[in-house]
Design a protein around this ligand. Structure first.
Ligand SMILES: Nc1ncnc2c1ncn2[C@@H]1O[C@H](COP(=O)(O)OP(=O)(O)O)[C@@H](O)[C@H]1O
Ligand SMILES: [Mg+2]
Length: 212
């Protein structure tokens, strides 16, 4: 899909891996440098998508795996069509905390739903808009738990197995060229230096290409 000269940057990984911190810092850093940045999170970013987010995060609701998949895709479709696509067409930088790689990792690897189906739904809901660069932060189960401030409970074995499948999903996704896989246990500032440099390089290249 033609995106004009916008740049799309996404942050991925399991809970507590550090993606929201890095996304927030990059957003602030790019804005300070004078770039027009649209900062988003998934699910969310539109009135509909934020409502779907509340449904997905509501612990009292029972949500079947397929229903969960479709809710994520519904939230994504609204965000991609009404916010991400126009922003990229106007040449803005879009920074998004989670995007369709999370659906592959959680609903595909985690819930074991059919991968081809997920790829097709992701393509539909994203309008074919693929990130230019994606940062994935890899952390182990203990690190993730400790950063979320949670103590293990009786469901821990099942949770850990689910976690390990999702983690494997993210790591396998990293064979894609657009994906930068980073060890999320590194120092937070060291990680941000890598993120900042990669993003700046991409922005410079893109501006270069369009100046030609
Ligand atoms: N590289 C890091 N080293 C140590 N602590 C970190 C690191 N990255 C993030 N944290 C801390 O871990 C917690 C979760 O980080 P957050 O960015 O919210 O993760 P996520 O959005 O992936 O769930 C926060 O308290 C944050 O300050
Ligand atoms: Mg977060």
């Amino acid at each position: 899909m033609k995106k004009n000269n916008g740049i799309f940057i996404t942050f991925e990984g399991i809970d507590g891996c550090g993606k929201s911190t890095q996304a927030r810092w990059l957003n602030a850093n790019l804005k300070k440098a004078g770039h027009e940045v649209v900062f988003l999170r998934e699910p969310g970013g539109t009135p509909l998508s934020e409502r779907v987010r509340n449904v997905l995060l509501n612990r009292r609701l029972e949500i079947s795996p397929v229903a969960e998949l479709l809710l994520y895709e519904a939230a994504r479709a609204q965000l991609a069509e009404t916010i991400i696509r126009p922003a990229l067409a106007e040449g803005r930088i879009v920074v998004c905390d989670r995007y369709f790689d999370s659906t592959v990792a959680y609903q595909g690897y985690g819930r074991k739903l059919d991968r081809r189906l997920i790829d097709r739904l992701n393509a539909l809901a994203s309008f074919g808009i693929t990130p230019d660069i994606t940062f994935i932060f890899d952390v182990d189960y203990k690190t993730s738990l400790s950063r979320r401030g949670k103590r293990p409970d009786r469901l821990e074995k099942e949770k850990q197995a689910f976690f390990n499948r999702v983690r494997k999903g993210f790591v396998e996704l990293a064979s894609k060229r657009r994906i930068v896989l980073l060890d999320g246990r590194q120092d937070i500032k060291t990680l941000f230096e890598i993120v900042r440099q990669r993003a700046e390089k991409l922005i410079a290249q893109s501006r270069d290409n369009h100046a030609r």
